[in-house]
Design a protein around this ligand. Structure first.
Ligand code: SF4
Ligand code: SF4
Length: 630
C-alpha cells in the first residue's frame, strides 16, 4: 500500500482504538474503583486455570448445557482465536510487512484452516441470529438490535476473508477487498465495550476470578458493612461480573421465580447493577434498590442457584441478591409481616416453627433417641423440621430406624437451634450469627470440637442431617463464625451402606425423584439418593432434573413468607412430577417434602405417595416410622 493509504490506515486504527478505549477504559475504571472483595483468595490457582481451559478454551459448559447453540457459539469463539493471527497479519500487510504468505511456509495451511473456521463461523452466526430474531425464545427478549449488528459484522468479516481466495492479492480489487475487511474490523472494535460483546474481552477474567464456592455468600466486613445498600458497597467482583453479562438469558430461562410469573429476572439483576454503575458509579450513595433494582424481585428469590449454575460466563447472582436483601433488612427497609414474625420467632424460640424447645426434648425421650456423648460415630442433626414438624419427624425417625438396622451409632444434641439458614438467606446476618454461635457452643460441649473430630480424637467423625439446607449452612456458612463442621446429608450416608440395605421385596413401583437444590446444585449430590431408592423401584426423572432440577419454592426463607405472586412454584413442580405418572414422589429434603405435599394436594385428588429417601429405605426393613410423628 502506498504511504497515503498507510496514513489513512493509521488514523483509522487510532480512531477505532480511541472509541474502544473510551468505553472500555471507563468500565475498567469503575471495576477498579469498586470496593475490594475482602474474602477473595486467588490461590489455589490451578483449579482456576482448569476452569478457564474448560469453560473458555473448550467451551465445555456452553456445549454441555445447550449442545446445538453451544456448539455454534463455540465455533464463533474458536474462529475468533484462529483469526487473531490472520487479523494481525492482515494489518501488517497494510503496512507492507505481512509475516504469513499465501504461497510459502506454513501460511497456506494456516489460511486454509482459517477458511474452514470462517465457513463454520458464518454458518454458526447465521444460525444464532435466526434463533434470536426468528425463533425468539422468550428469555432472549427484549430483542436487541446491537446483537443483529454484531452478527452482521462477524458474518461480513468471514465473507470478506473467504473472498480473498478468489480475488488476487495486490491488484485494485484485492485492495478494495482488503479495505472492506479492515473497515468492518475497525468498526467492530469500538462496538465491543458498549454492548454485551464486552464479554469477549472480560469473561475469561471473570471465569478465572469467580468466587471459589457455589452460591457463596461473602462475609460482611467490619461494623460499617450492612450489605449492598448503595454503589459504594458494590465490590470489584460484582462490578466485573456485571460487565461480563452476555445477555443470553439462561439464568432467566431456568429461574423458578421468573418461570412462575414473578417479577424477578436474574438477568435484569445483573444488567441493573451494570446500568447503576454506568449512571452512578462505584462510590455513589444512591440506593441500589430503586431505579434499576427492585426490592420485591430480590425477595422473590428461592436461592435455588439455577441462575448461577447456568451462567456461561461465571456470573454469581446470589452474592448480589442476598447482598441486596442484607442491605434492605439491616437498614430496616424490608417490611414484611411474615418475615418480621419469623425473625422474632427465631430469636425467641430458636426454631423457625415457633415451638418451645421442650417439645423437642419430649419427642427425643418418647422415641428413645440417644444423646450424643462423643463416643458415637455420628451426631444426628435434627433441624427445625426434624425436631418439630410432623412430616419432618417421620423422616428423622425413618433415618433412625435405618441407622439402627445398619448398626451405625449416633446421638442427637441435647439442645439445638435453627442452623440459621432462613435468616442467612433472607439477609439477617445478626440473627444468623447468633444462631450459628449458639449451636457451635453446643456442638463443642457435646464432644464434637467443631472441626470434625470429637474431643478425644476418636470415632465420632461427622454430623449427618436430613436437611440439605442445614448441611449447607452448617458446613459452609458457619465457617464465618469459626465453625469447621464435617457434615453430610443422610442420602450420602445411606448410599455408602446401600449394599447392606435389604433388596427390593418384589415391588417395582415407579418413583420420580425430585432433586433438592441444596443437595444437587449446591452439593453436587445427584446419584446417591437415586442409588438408594433404585433398590426399591424404578427411578424416573422429571423433565427438569439433576443440575436442571426445578426448585420446590421453599428455599431462601420463602417457605415461611406466605403468599406468592404469580403461580406457586411448588404447584408448578408438583404438576411436573405428577405428569410423569410415577406412583411415588421421592424427595430428600424436608423443605421440599413440605412444599411438594401442598403442591401435590393442589394438583390432584389422588396424588402419588410422597416419601423421603430414608422413608423408602425404612419401609424396606419393615420400619414403623411412617406412622409416628409425635
Ligand atoms: S437463585 Fe433461583 S430463584 Fe433466585 S434468581 Fe437464581 S434462579 Fe431465580
Ligand atoms: S447473567 Fe449469565 S446467564 Fe444470565 S444473561 Fe447474563 S450471561 Fe447469561
Amino acid at each position: 500500500m502506498n504511504w497515503p493509504g498507510r496514513v489513512v490506515l493509521l488514523l483509522a486504527i487510532a480512531v477505532s482504538v480511541y472509541f474502544f478505549w473510551r468505553k472500555f477504559g471507563r468500565a475498567l475504571r469503575i471495576i477498579r474503583e469498586a470496593k475490594p472483595d475482602a474474602d477473595f483468595h486467588l490461590r489455589p490457582i490451578w483449579p482456576r486455570v482448569r476452569k478457564v481451559l474448560w469453560e473458555v478454551g473448550a467451551q465445555g459448559l456452553v456445549i454441555a448445557q445447550r449442545p446445538l447453540p453451544g456448539l455454534a457459539h463455540a465455533f464463533v469463539f474458536w474462529g475468533f482465536c484462529v483469526f487473531a493471527l490472520v487479523t494481525v497479519n492482515h494489518i501488517a500487510l497494510g503496512f507492507g510487512h505481512p509475516f504469513l504468505s499465501r504461497s510459502s511456509g506454513w501460511g497456506p495451511i494456516y489460511f486454509l484452516i482459517a477458511a474452514i473456521f470462517a465457513v463454520a463461523v458464518a454458518i454458526s452466526i447465521t444460525g444464532l441470529a435466526i434463533r434470536r430474531f426468528v425463533i425468539r425464545p422468550k428469555w432472549l427478549e427484549p430483542l436487541s438490535p446491537e446483537s443483529g449488528l454484531i452478527a452482521f459484522l462477524i458474518f461480513a468479516l468471514m465473507i470478506t476473508y473467504l473472498a480473498t481466495f478468489w480475488v488476487p492479492e495486490g491488484d485494485a480489487a484485492g485492495w478494495a477487498l482488503w479495505w472492506a475487511h479492515t473497515a468492518v474490523l475497525l468498526f467492530f472494535l469500538p462496538v465491543i465495550p458498549g454492548t454485551k460483546h464486552m464479554h469477549l474481552v472480560v469473561s475469561p477474567l471473570t471465569i478465572f476470578l469467580e468466587r471459589d464456592s457455589f452460591s457463596k455468600i461473602p462475609p460482611l466486613v467490619g461494623d460499617e458493612d450492612f450489605g449492598l445498600i448503595a454503589g459504594k458497597d458494590v465490590t470489584q467482583l460484582v462490578a466485573l461480573q456485571a460487565y461480563s453479562c452476555v445477555e443470553c438469558g439462561r439464568c432467566t430461562e431456568h429461574c423458578p421465580a421468573n418461570n412462575t410469573g414473578k417479577i424477578l429476572n436474574p438477568k435484569e439483576i445483573i444488567l441493573g447493577t451494570r446500568h447503576y454503575l454506568n449512571e452512578f458509579g462505584p462510590k455513589s450513595e444512591e440506593p441500589l434498590l430503586g431505579k434499576y433494582l427492585s426490592m420485591e424481585a430480590a425477595f422473590q428469590c428461592t436461592t435455588c442457584g439455577a441462575c448461577e449454575f447456568q451462567c456461561p460466563v461465571g456470573i454469581q447472582h446470589l452474592p448480589v441478591i442476598v447482598g441486596l436483601r442484607r442491605g434492605a433488612v439491616n437498614t430496616g427497609k424490608w417490611e414484611n409481616s411474615y418475615g418480621a414474625e419469623m425473625f422474632v420467632t427465631l430469636e425467641r424460640q430458636g426454631n423457625v416453627l415457633g415451638f418451645p424447645p421442650s417439645d423437642r426434648e419430649k419427642f427425643i425421650e418418647k422415641n428413645g433417641l440417644p444423646y450424643y456423648d462423643g463416643t458415637q460415630e455420628y451426631c444426628l442433626w435434627m433441624g427445625c423440621l426434624g425436631s418439630f414438624d410432623p412430616n419432618g419427624r417421620k423422616i428423622l425417625l425413618a433415618l433412625v430406624e435405618v441407622m439402627n438396622h445398619l448398626g451405625i451409632t449416633f446421638g442427637v444434641l441435647k439442645q439445638e437451634k435453627c442452623s440459621g439458614d432462613p435468616a442467612r438467606r433472607l439477609g439477617n446476618d445478626y440473627l444468623f450469627g447468633e444462631l450459628a454461635q449458639n449451636n457451635l457452643e453446643q456442638i463443642r460441649e457435646n464432644g464434637l470440637n467443631g472441626s470434625g473430630a470429637n474431643a478425644d480424637g476418636v470415632k465420632a467423625k461427622k454430623m449427618v442431617s436430613i436437611c440439605p439446607h442445614c448441611v449447607r449452612t452448617i458446613g459452609e456458612d458457619w465457617k464465618e463464625h469459626g465453625g469447621n463442621v464435617a457434615i453430610e446429608h443422610h442420602s450420602e450416608l445411606l448410599a455408602r451402606y446401600r449394599d447392606k440395605l435389604p433388596p427390593n421385596g418384589g415391588g417395582q413401583k415407579s418413583m420420580v425423584f425430585h432433586d433438592a437444590c441444596y443437595l444437587g446444585r449446591y452439593r453436587g449430590v445427584y446419584d446417591q439418593p437415586r442409588d438408594v431408592i433404585a433398590r426399591y423401584g424404578k427411578v424416573v426423572d422429571p423433565p427438569r432434573a439433576r443440575q436442571r432440577g426445578f426448585c420446590c419454592g421453599g428455599g431462601g426463607g420463602l417457605m415461611f413468607l406466605g403468599e406468592e405472586s404469580g403461580k406457586r412454584v411448588n404447584l408448578e413442580r408438583a404438576q411436573e412430577l405428577v405428569a410423569t405418572g410415577a406412583s411415588v414422589v421421592a424427595a430428600a429434603c424436608p423443605f421440599c417434602n413440605s412444599m411438594l405435599r401442598d403442591g401435590l394436594a393442589a394438583t390432584t385428588s389422588t396424588p402419588p405417595e410422597l416419601l423421603d429417601v430414608a422413608q423408602i429405605a425404612a419401609a424396606a426393613i419393615g420400619g414403623k416410622s411412617a406412622a409416628r410423628s409425635d
